[in-house]
Design a protein around this ligand. Structure first.
Ligand SMILES: [Zn+2]
Length: 379
């Protein structure tokens, strides 16, 4: 798997609908992350480790074989050459910023401005060789050139010419303001606020660029179980395998009639809102909750009503828990009918929802505590 990804970095967006689950909650997925980004982030960490631990035995072995510069030209087909190649490609494709590793310039005066790597991914002498030859102090340390909050250069000529001026402007754009500290020189990573490189953060950033976005932002309730949250995600995307959806995908189903009522096509909104079983259930729930909840016709209309209504947050969370559990229970009931499970008792559906919701939100969110008051006055 690693070797395959070494060969090619593609920056096109995924189009496979199964990839939806990989995307973050913000982008409408289940926040799983792609293996591809995980691999890239792990490989990229070698660059960070190479910079942070220059005196480790492995780093000294690498340097003795491949040179002191991480981005030295590697003609060999060694593992290290592959790592460097992947890191270069990651920055070339802009999956991670080129200058995410910056040196914190300390007080030990061992960084030479032009020849040591302290900003970007190569020493400045490589890209600005033309300017280097105009500098009267080409071997100066950074601390010699950064004086009283300004960069100080002494050029060998008074007039540098138009192209050189452009290069110098470009140089100032790259070097910016150096990060100075009282400690010995060290490296910092701009991907995280604490200056450390983490695979988690790098993976998030890469996935952000590689994975496609859904229009529907994921809703995830911590007081509900994972399986119910995943069910809700599929419900909102209309990706549950109801008979109409299966048929629309070209799957040969024996019937598209609703198995719960045998009266109407089984598409999502029928099963959860229009079906006799659903209508009966929502009617009982509205009476029980006693909060002027409108007739359930869609998730969006319910959610809009909930946002507008004046209730304390605890009550709103309880309503959400009941509604989400009811949707899940309707799906469970339907599967019981289709697959002839023992659980397909319509009359016990309402009581089951009250019981299971109480258990979940009591133990997960501590939203309720007393069973009797839950039954009589749930909000
Ligand atoms: Zn029905």
């Amino acid at each position: 798997m690693w070797k395959a990804y070494f060969l090619k970095i593609e920056t096109h967006k995924y189009t496979d609908p199964k990839e939806k689950v990989l995307v973050s909650f913000d982008k409408g997925g289940l926040n799983i992350g792609s293996l591809k980004a995980f691999n890239f982030a792990l490989v990229f960490k070698w660059w960070w480790r190479f910079l942070k631990n220059p005196n480790d035995l492995w780093a000294r072995v690498v340097k003795s074989i491949h040179g002191h510069n991480f981005h030295s030209n590697h003609s060999s087909s060694s593992v290290w050459a592959s790592i460097v190649s992947v890191c270069s490609n990651i920055t070339i494709k802009k999956l991670l910023p080129t200058d995410c590793f910056r040196m914190l310039i300390g007080d030990d005066r061992r960084i030479r401005f032009w020849h040591d790597l302290w900003v970007g991914n190569e020493p400045l002498s490589h890209h600005f060789n033309r300017i280097l030859h105009l500098d009267s102090t080409p071997n100066a340390y950074i601390s010699d050139k950064w004086v009283d909050g300004n960069w100080l250069f002494t050029w060998v000529r008074d007039y540098l010419g138009g192209r050189n001026e452009d290069l110098i402007n470009s140089l100032f754009g790259i070097i910016g303001k150096p990060v100075l500290c009282d400690r010995p020189d060290s490296w910092t990573c701009s991907l995280n606020n604490d200056g450390r490189y983490t695979v988690k953060k790098a993976r998030e950033l890469i996935d952000h660029l590689l994975l496609s976005t859904s229009q529907v932002k994921t809703i995830w309730y911590l007081f509900m179980s994972r399986k119910v949250n995943i069910f809700l995600w599929r419900f909102r995307l209309d990706s549950l395998p109801v008979r109409w959806n299966l048929s629309a995908k070209g799957i040969n189903v024996s019937s598209i009639v609703c198995p719960s009522c045998n009266n109407g096509v089984e598409y999502r909104d029928h099963l959860f809102f229009e079906c006799d079983v659903a209508r009966d259930l929502w009617h009982k729930i509205r009476i029980w909750l006693d909060c002027d909840m409108p007739q359930m016709s869609s998730w969006d209309s319910f959610f809009t009503w909930l946002e507008d209504i004046r209730l304390r947050q605890l009550s709103k969370d309880r309503i959400i828990a009941v509604v989400v559990t009811s949707l899940w229970a309707l799906w469970r009931f339907r599967n019981g009918v289709v697959f002839l499970d023992s659980f397909c008792n319509k009359s016990s559906l309402f009581d089951f929802i009250r019981l299971i919701t109480f258990r979940w939100i009591k133990h997960r969110g501590h939203l309720v505590s007393n069973w009797n008051s839950w039954l009589s006055m749930p909000l």
